[in-house]
Design a protein around this ligand. Structure first.
Ligand SMILES: [Zn+2]
Length: 667
């Protein structure tokens, strides 16, 4: 996925706060961490499940999707593999679900099983304990979701492109799958699945499964996912969706008004698949399709297998942001095929994926494009590290205990992870490192892995090729120490050197760079141009840039998220109405938060931010809503504390609020 640490955790606490329907015989809230018996690296503190005793091998869903009730209702049937001969309980993760009935099958007949749904923990949801004294091979649960399920978003027709039909989509990573299906919601368990889903007949339903491009839209859909997946890759979407192919095995699902633009923007996808296959072995998931979501999708993308979920904000008309497609596709190897065993090792998913993304970008668009993106990523990481707790700066994170696993998701996993692999590539050479990485994917295909396993694999399969290439303390610096090792080589783009020269010359002389120079600049160069401007510019400087480059009103979100904060900070209020329109229309958290963060710094800006948010809120995903709410609440509290006190005694100066960390993004 392309996501945030601090704000995200606040978001989750807020969105998971409702405890929902309670079972008649509720138990006190339990947290998985309190119950953990094992403390090895593979142990997943974010799940109640006990996969060493019994595992879900296959899941069969039979669900009715109801837009009016904002509900999924029906049954989940599990094929179980009992591992511990003494075990007689199946423990599942749930959040905000109503469990109506649990049955077990024995000798072809279904009979009721006893179960207990514990009170909800605000982060992990409710532990569901099912008594299965006969160790049933099949168990069936009848349940329904809550309208506030943290993993589902329901959109009114007005919030879609076409404005005719409603839309819904899931976001299961990290631990939201449990809000729409009772599961062993841990990346260390994989299962195959099938589904029968009914809906109103005028919407198309898709899942992270074998979507048939020719399926009739009739309100009755069946799906099969023959490759075993972890729970966070379970996905569903429904809306006015049509399909257009890109190649024999790849295409785009989108609303009718969007599909042609998306196909054009993503037309290199087949070439991306072929390139990645050449480097890292066959694509093992049959089709690779992309689903373009409404602008409220809170992230850049989500690597749901066979059907990546994609934000429409990367469709700019010039393919300048398609590295997001390279990223989601790369997850078909790193993450979906070889999966982090627990969320504290998320760098194994995201660092590997960001590295592979860079290799795909390089192969299709050249080394300079890949270097520009790496340089932007690395400078973003350095800014984030400045405000980050030391322990969170290691790739191999300490046990997450009672923390929301979404806190593990920072730019460290993505950018430092990828940087580490680039470092290994430089030390060993591509002729050695590429086959090593391919073998890692082959040898762990459809399995989960932890950092210790990777280190062991590296010692056995990479180090012997050149024992002097890597010292143990260097490995330790990357994996276990904070910051970026001093011996790491930063990415350096040639284009950016020219951009720096042009910016410096303009600031000195007020002469804009020659259009022949800027004519070649793509999104990345403009991003770098703006990022180097420092804290503020004078209003006349901003007006000059705006007249020449039309930044205000830009449809390009990467430019908007940098231009508007600079303009607002500098008091260039001409840009404010357009900034407001942008954050009202787009709900991708990474793009809107820097603008809100700038707005709330003045009383007038805070009032404006509140107004815009009220209008935007119905179209925002709960994740973005919670982040904005937390920011507005904090800014409101700081503003009233700073208001002049009537007392004669002077109030002590307010300590400066630390800058909110940038919003890292996953899927
Ligand atoms: Zn990702």
């Amino acid at each position: 996925m392309r996501f945030s640490a601090l704000l995200f955790s606040l978001a989750m606490v807020a969105s998971a706060g409702c405890s929902g329907d309670k079972a008649p015989d509720a138990q006190p809230a339990a947290t998985p961490a309190k119950e953990a018996a094992v403390s090895d690296r593979r142990h997943d503190e974010s799940s109640f499940a006990q996969p060493d005793k019994v595992r879900i091998a296959d899941l069969a869903l039979d669900l009715a999707l109801d837009f009016d009730q904002k509900q999924l209702a029906g049954t989940a049937t599990y094929q179980l593999e009992w591992l511990d001969p003494k075990a007689s309980q199946l423990v599942l993760d749930t959040r905000n679900l109503t469990i109506q009935k649990v049955e077990g099958e024995a000798d072809g007949a279904w009979s009721p099983l006893q179960f207990v749904l514990a009170d909800a923990d605000p982060v992990f949801g409710s532990k569901l304990t099912i008594e299965s004294p006969q160790r049933n091979a099949r168990v069936r649960i009848t349940y329904h979701t809550a309208p506030t399920a943290s993993g589902l978003q329901w959109l009114e027709p007005a919030m879609t492109e076409g404005k005719q039909l409603p839309f819904m989509f899931s976001q299961s990573q990290a631990i939201h799958a449990r809000s729409w299906v009772p599961l062993q919601d841990t990346p260390s368990v994989r299962f195959t699945y099938s589904a029968h889903v009914t809906s109103r007949p005028d919407v198309m339903v898709l899942m992270s499964a074998d979507n048939d491009p020719a399926a009739p839209r009739d309100g009755d859909y069946t799906f099969k996912m023959p490759q075993p997946i972890p729970s966070y890759l379970l996905a569903i979407a429904a809306g006015d969706l049509v399909f257009k192919p890109i190649s024999g095995r790849s295409g785009v699902w989108a609303e009718p008004a969007m599909v042609d633009r998306a196909v054009k923007e993503f037309e290199d996808t087949e070439q991306m698949i072929a390139t990645t296959e050449q480097l890292y072995g066959p694509y093992r998931w049959e089709r690779y399709d992309m689903l373009v979501l409404p602008p409220s999708f809170p992230f850049g993308g989500m690597e749901n297998p066979r059907l990546s979920f994609i934000t429409p904000t990367v469709i700019t008309g010039d393919k300048s942001l398609v590295s997001l497609i390279a990223h989601e596709l790369a997850h078909s190897w790193s993450g979906n095929l070889v999966t982090n065993a627990s969320w504290k090792d998320i760098w194994l998913n995201e660092g590997f994926t960001t590295y592979v993304q860079g290799r795909i970008t390089e192969a299709l668009y050249g080394v300079e494009m890949a270097d520009m993106e790496r340089q932007i990523d690395q400078s973003g990481l350095k800014k984030d590290l400045a405000g980050m707790d030391q322990a969170q700066q290691a790739l191999a994170l300490p046990p997450l205990a009672e923390h929301d696993p979404d806190e593990a998701l920072s730019e460290v996993a993505y950018v430092k992870g990828a940087w580490f692999l680039q470092f290994l590539e430089q030390r060993f050479g591509r002729e050695v490192f590429d086959p090593f990485l391919r073998a890692w994917f082959d040898d762990h295909a459809f399995q989960s892995a932890d950092t210790d396993q990777f280190v062991e694999y590296l010692k056995q399969n990479l180090l012997p090729k050149n024992p002097n290439a890597l010292r143990p303390e260097e490995l330790d610096a990357w994996l276990n120490q904070p910051g970026i090792p001093a011996f790491a080589t930063p990415a350096k783009s040639r284009t950016f050197s020219n951009v720096d020269t042009a910016r410096i010359a303009w600031r000195g002389s007020a002469q804009l760079p020659n259009p022949q120079i800027t004519g070649d600049w793509g999104t990345q160069a403009w991003v770098h141009f703006l990022e180097g401007m420092g804290e503020t510019l004078r209003p006349e400087q901003l007006a000059q840039l705006d007249a020449a480059y039309k930044f205000t009103g830009t449809p390009n979100g990467e430019i908007a998220m940098r231009w508007y904060p600079l303009a607002l900070r500098s008091g260039y209020l001409e840009a404010r109405p357009a900034a407001g329109e942008f954050i009202e229309r787009v709900g991708r958290r990474k793009l809107v938060m820097p603008i809100y963060q700038e707005l709330v710094k003045t009383p007038d800006g805070l009032a404006f931010a509140r107004e815009v948010f009220e209008r935007a809120r119905p179209g925002y995903h709960p994740i973005t809503t919670a982040s904005v709410e937390a920011l507005l609440a904090k800014a409101g509290a700081a503003a009233s504390a700073a208001a002049p006190a009537p007392a004669v005694v002077e109030a002590p100066a307010q300590p400066q609020q630390p800058e909110q960390p940038a919003q890292p993004e996953q899927p």
